[in-house]
Design a binder for this molecule. Sequence first.
Ligand code: LLP
Length: 429
Amino acid sequence: MHSFRYHNDRLACEDVDLAAIADAVGTPAYVYSAGTIRENFRRLDRALAGLDHQICYAIKANSNLAILNLLAAEGAGFDIVSGGELFRVLRGGGSADHCTFAGVGKTRAEIEQGLREGVHCFNVESEAELAFIDEVAGALGVTAPVAIRVNPDVDAGTHKYISTGKSQNKFGIGIDRVESLYREAAARRHLRIRGVQTHIGSQILDPAPFAEAIGKLIPIVEALKARYAIEFFSIGGGIGIVYDPALESGSPAWWSASDHPHRITPEAYAEAVVPLLRPLELKILLEPGRFLVGNAGALLASVLYVKKTPAKTFTIVDAAMNDLIRPALYDGYHEIHPLERASVREPVAMDVVGPVCESGDFFAQDRVLSALEAGERVALLSAGAYGFVMSSTYNSRPLLPEVLVNGENWSVIRKRQTYDDLIRGEIVP
Ligand code: LLP
């Protein structure tokens, strides 16, 4: 579901004309729909009504305080991967006891921070980390709540950079080592076993790998429940979204498996996993990121120049790979639409590129779009997840503003960086 629609040939987000936002804040800029985020959260929550569950939003997808605040108000918990993310959740109105602290490389300072604030659980990714959390908790004179992340060795059928549940990935503990690691956890004085966790990857469009991973873990979870009275099973995140509606019936070239044509819905996901999980009679945690915010965001940009060469037409826009890196890093696809639709325009095959000095700086290659002219503005859709949060100031380009639309209203939820912001903290000795 998303809320970017044309009204009289003008692209709107909910009830706000995007050109008006672009006039007011300039381009490039990120715009998010609060209504879409709320609707996505509620729809997933409803689909899982048959389970005792808690959605813990994976804030790495989009960690703006306003978004955290909105989801906290909906009743979301949070999945965090750093001390900085914990700080954000607390500032955004979330509470630590609804945070699961994940990540393969937690530092002493981060573990101490998590213990001090009272996170719900640390998701442990290795033998060494388990021992270290025990040591840090012991030094503080407290007990650390832990869950072990199990790597089920399942192919999620997604891009290789965002597939995490195969045995060659750095994540989690192999199924053969789970029993001994829980035994070790139980024997450690400063740990309290609280649950078990898994996550097989991101942008997964087929419910089958989720069901396969859960199916593999069910006997283990049952045994852990009987032996250690665990309270929860976290089934991770990874629910994919539609980036290119035209591809719903086919498969983007970059899927590692070419037989995953259908779009996943919360209902289809629930249908695949709920019957497996219900008999466990455990609290089920989920860690969706992209599903909640991905289709809720767009990146607005202006066309600077149209450059025609014998080989190609390049439409050069003012946004670049530093603002949205998904096309360069994952061959990510983002629909591109003009904010104001001109009446008659020839379709043209073009590359839509940014100003950065790298050939990887593109948003679309050889894409047939209605011709664009300098001065026109466009929206790159489905940029709400892993968009702004992965941006950088490469080429000394200030970080973009973010805007949140709510019905007929909109607010700036992050100001555009200034040149002074850009050099803050730098010192010439
Ligand atoms: N839980 C864990 C342990 C994760 O590692 C992740 C994402 C999530 C939950 C949330 O996954 P989601 O529901 O958003 O798929 N930058 C990449 C995606 C990286 C995903 C990293 N881990 C992209 O733009 O496609």
